[in-house]
Design a protein around this ligand. Structure first.
Ligand code: GLY
Length: 396
């Protein structure tokens, strides 16, 4: 037992001390090309490991356990989405065939209204597929999915309801929901109802008004009543350390969500929200030097707790977007932050060795530590945003 505890502590120390000198420019690009070559072989393996009617959910490298999901799981679109990015990069016919197969699995979900995650599920998958192929059938699917998501808009709280009511929440709106707005904005901008854009803008404005702490970090969950004119009951958490803590992936979703809403709307208030949050993250004394956050900025056991590679991936992609949205030293700061994360994720600490990790690319993400779910595992969205960030960097 003592030996196990010692090994655990040593493991954490290794994660904390494997800080590589950040790469940049051509050297980093060369490294990212190697990573993307690895990703293509890993994703063929991942496909082979997952039954045709399932999707990958997570992989625990310590026990060698693969968990799969059905297509209603909020992460089901990331596997096909990553495959489309990899096809866009490598033009490998086998990857394209796998991407098409995995995309077909998602198609019936265009009618799904059981949660707010249609953006993750249908835009990361079909959005990329349509952007890359121009297949009009994919656009029809995206349009239908946007209409399905819009059914969850609740005018009394000026927000999209994230989860159906349960014993835990009456009407939860989680900050992650900022990530689902691009589906609505895209559909409205490509011939869909202007109402879809109005819903996205209203949701983003409500979130900006109510979801942030005075220090600019985001709360995870706001819970409302649906009757009584939609009363805010409490600001709380589901996956974070405490109700008022700064859950790292929530910060990453908010940063990414507001920088993309600025791109999609041109409203500078969204960029300013993202900039304030970027300052919170980058100036935070508990952000490790290598750029990969602990799972919660307020976890009391820092530094003896887990990092979340998924938060790192999402942040890297968002910082790259922001580096093109602001000029001068601030833009450079975001670029350096993204380079730092990409360099760290490219080390053996985080990147899978070929043929390992069940076929996932990254190790060491944390899904929901307080719920003891998906702790220190490979996750589909860590890979998706890592691959996206690498593609963004290579396109510079
Ligand atoms: N959207 C759920 C999560 O980030 O875990």
């Amino acid at each position: 037992m003592k030996k196990a505890i010692l090994l655990g502590v040593v493991g954490l120390c290794i994660l904390q001390t494997s800080i590589a000198q950040p790469l940049s420019g051509d050297k980093l690009k060369a490294r990212l090309r190697e990573n993307l070559a690895l990703a293509q072989s890993q994703y063929k393996l991942l496909h082979a490991n997952i039954p045709a009617d399932r999707m990958p959910q997570n992989y625990d490298i310590k026990t060698g356990t693969m968990k799969t999901s059905d297509v209603t799981w909020w992460c089901s679109g990331f596997f096909p989405g990553t495959l489309w990015y990899l096809f866009e990069y490598g033009k490998d016919k086998e990857i394209r065939a796998i991407a098409e197969t995995r995309l077909r699995q998602m198609e019936p979900m265009k009618h799904y209204t059981g949660n707010h995650d249609l953006g993750f599920m249908m835009y990361c998958s079909f959005g990329n597929a349509y952007r890359i192929t121009g297949n009009p059938a994919y656009k029809t699917t995206i349009d239908t999915a946007a209409m399905s998501l819009a059914t969850r808009y609740r005018p009394q709280i000026q927000s999209i309801q994230s989860w159906d009511s349960s014993k835990n929440f009456r009407c939860a709106v989680i900050v992650d929901n900022m990530m689902n707005l691009e589906l609505l904005m895209w559909a409205a901008a490509h011939g869909g109802s202007p109402r879809l854009r109005e819903i996205a803008i209203t949701h983003a404005n409500t979130t900006m008004e109510r979801h942030f702490r005075p220090d600019n970090a985001a709360f995870h969950v706001l819970d409302y009543t649906l009757g009584e004119g939609g009363r805010l009951l409490r600001k709380t958490t589901w996956q974070g350390y405490s109700d008022s803590s700064a859950w790292s992936r929530g910060q990453a979703w908010a940063l990414y969500g507001y920088s993309s809403m600025y791109r999609l709307s041109g409203d500078r208030r969204y960029l300013d929200q993202a900039r304030k949050l970027a300052a919170f993250i980058l100036d935070h004394p508990r952000l490790p030097k290598d750029g990969i956050p602990y799972w919660d900025f307020d976890a009391p056991t820092i530094p003896n707790t887990l990092r979340d590679a998924s938060a790192g991936s999402i942040l890297a992609s968002a910082f790259l977007e922001m580096s093109g949205q602001v000029k001068g030293r601030e833009g450079d700061r975001y670029l350096r932050a993204a380079e730092n994360i990409l360099t760290t994720l490219s080390t053996d600490t985080y990147l899978a060795a070929p043929g390992t990790n069940g076929g996932f690319l990254l190790k060491h993400s944390v899904g929901a530590l307080p719920l003891k779910g998906e702790v220190d595992v490979a996750l589909t969205y860590a890979d998706y945003y890592f691959v996206e960030a690498m593609m963004r960097y290579l396109a510079r």
